[in-house]
Design a protein. Sequence first.
Length: 221
Amino acid sequence: MIKLIHTGPFGVNTLIVSIGGSDVFIVDPASCDFSGDRTAVTAYLAASGLVPKAVVLTHGHFDHVAGISFLKECYPGLPVLIHRDDASLIGKNSGVLQSRGLSYMGFEEFVPFVSNLPEPTAFLEDNALLSDYFSCSESGDWRIIHTPGHTKGSCCLFNSKENILISGDCVFYRSFGRTDLPGGSDFEMRQSLLRLRNEIPANALVYPGHDRTGFCFSENF
């Protein structure tokens, strides 16, 4: 089961993913004071009696990570997982690198909300399973797929049992992620999309980082 909560100033699809019993992991929490939804994720967890086991970041862009500080305040031992190529976008020096993308977009006022973020606990590795980091096998395992292009460290997650792809900002409904921000690459995006086309079943359901969710992967290819 996946619960979708729109969070942050850009309406990120924050996903609460069930992994058995009351345990869940959280994908791309963006709720913060800037957008007036700081407690959106934690309130849902508390009201539903859910226990977060990890935060998994599909990439490090400001609009996907702004909620991790408050989550760590509420759950101090909560692991934060990200690919090492995007690791510098969080942590104590996060504001420096985040400001580059924010300045490019004319959104400098958001820099304080993505500065001095929590450090990553561990790094997502290509083709590793999330169960290598925390227990989540009851709902079927999630395989990490490194898909650079939108950022150097962008990753997707695929659950073969549930036939679900969590695609971050790599794949959207009949579209794909932008490559013009710092760390983006047209060539790497093309390679990542080709890889996904070869590895993901056509009837897999896709949950991207923005906009429409639950569409068939075949609608893009």
